[in-house]
Design a protein around this ligand. Sequence first.
Ligand code: NI
Length: 213
Amino acid sequence: MSINKNSITYQVYNMLKEKILKQELKIGEKINSRKIAEDNEISAMPVRDSLLKLTNEGLVINKPRVGFYVRDFTEEEIDNIIEVRKMYETYCLDNHFNNIDKNKAKNLKKKMDLIENDLNRKEFDKIDTELHYTFIKASENNFLIEKYDQIKDLVILFQHIHLTRMEKSHQEHQKIVSNILNGNKKKVIGLVKEHLLDVNEGIKKSLGKNQNK
Ligand code: NI
């Protein structure tokens, strides 16, 4: 019995997490737990357990007596998360540049060129994630990779928040991967820093955080 209950909770948890990360449930939106239970013909318990788990992971906010909401981020929190990303990515590039998987980079460049004239969200996201992981994996340090994984959900969520700048990001990715293949470490680090700064701006703009600037 308990296995069954757990697996329902696990399924609901995965479903809700995906909806949040893909922004089908928007930032700041109230989550209607009763409707989720009804739509999936399950009891309220696994929905509540899932939402509590997501609250622990920082993707959901639990307002007592009001309900669950998709978490919103302050400007400062966005800065802080991007800073952590920058720290890991530039560190790995600076210290393990020669260890970057060149075949993987070549493949990524091919994939980027292929979607150049027909940019679609799904492919773009996949390439984006793969590219940034290539830097991290160059460290071959499982402790470091595990730490970076802790912010992975937020990275994916942020990908789906700033939808407007896919073309610009795509061009930046192309420049980055070309310079990896040319062995131009300094240039790559500079480009990645600029890219993350742009990502930061894009997220804030999409969330309406810097309207007064
Ligand atoms: Ni990127």
